[in-house]
Design a protein around this ligand. Structure first.
Ligand code: PBG
Length: 307
């Protein structure tokens, strides 16, 4: 009877699995703070995608670890960059698997910030050029959706314009519209080797205290042409997922970030919590708050449980 009257259901098609692509061949290096997640070379990523597809998972989102980092994030928008190479390989082997890309610079800059540094600070407008170039190069390599996560102002408009000019009118933008300067990204920065080398991200990511500002940020991205929007992190911001659901009719995603994943897993490994139930309860709560889809490191184990 509970099953019959259940209001919120989970389906693997609603999950997107983040993957970290690194140089080399046959590389599959476990991320210590995120057990069960790996930095994978392109060949291993392709194999992973076959498994992800067979589990009925909605798609993947790619993050890249370039061979070298520099001041200008050149690896982010290089036509033979790590994400671009992975995309071509994935689209060749699993063309039906939805492939998203994270559009940002922090994995590619030597200083670890999401934008160009001018006079010791991230320069918003200069950074837009890199982001637009990155999005176009991802689309060219086969990305189905580009997802800017940098939180520069005006980036959705800049990316839309660049995509259209390059002939990618049909490539949608999933905007990390309300993204907070969150401590819960900690484990990710090990995974993506993207911790800022000085300062923090509070000049471009949002203050966790501000809910009304989050709605304003989403509104701006919608006006600039975002096709889908996202709230990130997820569980500490369920109220904002709910508000966004009430106010906007676009497809709404939520990112259950690395720290959310690692906390549940760590408590489970200590015997302090039932990891499987915590995983399913957290995913259900994010859907109940109003998210259509969830970026989650639990995509594979949750899909297996739902099978
Ligand atoms: C890139 C980016 C980050 C995450 C997604 N894209 C890190 C950050 O903003 O510092 C975090 C994802 C996670 O914690 O799982 N800017």
């Amino acid at each position: 009877m509970r099953r019959l009257v259940r209001e919120t259901r989970l389906n693997p098609a609603q999950f997107i699995l983040p993957l970290f692509v690194c140089p080399g061949e046959g590389v599959r290096r476990e991320i210590s703070a995120m057990p069960g997640n790996y930095q994978m070379s392109v060949d291993e990523t392709v194999r992973e995608c076959e498994e992800v597809g067979s589990l009925g998972i909605g798609g993947i989102i790619l993050f890249g670890l370039p061979e070298t980092k520099d001041e200008t994030a050149s690896g982010a928008y290089a036509d033979d960059g790590i994400v671009q190479r992975a995309l071509r390989a994935i689209k060749h082997t699993t063309p039906g698997l939805l492939a998203l890309t994270d559009v940002c610079n922090c994995e590619y800059t030597s200083h670890g910030h999401c934008g160009k540094i001018v006079n010791g600070d991230v320069d918003n407008d200069e950074t837009l050029k890199w982001l637009a170039a990155t999005a176009v190069s991802h689309a060219r390599a086969g990305a189905d959706i580009v997802a800017p996560s940098d939180m520069m102002d005006g980036r959705v408009g800049a990316i839309r314009q660049a995509l259209d000019a390059a002939g990618f009118q049909n490539t949608p933008i999933l905007s990390y519209a309300a993204k907070f300067a969150s401590v819960f990204y900690g484990p990710f920065r090990e995974a993506a080797e993207s911790a800022p080398q000085f300062g923090d991200r509070r000049s471009y990511q949002m203050d966790p205290a501000n809910g009304r500002e989050a709605m304003r940020e989403i509104e701006l991205d919608v006006e600039e042409g975002a096709d889908m929007i996202m709230v990130k992190p997820a569980m500490p911001y369920l109220d904002l997922i709910w508000q966004a659901r009430q106010r906007f009719d676009l497809p709404l995603g939520a990112y259950q970030v690395s720290g959310e994943f690692s906390m549940i897993l760590a408590a489970g490994r200590n015997g302090w919590i039932d990891c499987e139930r915590a995983m399913m309860e957290s995913l259900t709560s994010i859907r109940r708050a109003g998210a259509d889809f969830i970026l989650t490191y639990f995509a594979k184990p949750a899909a297996r449980l739902l099978a």
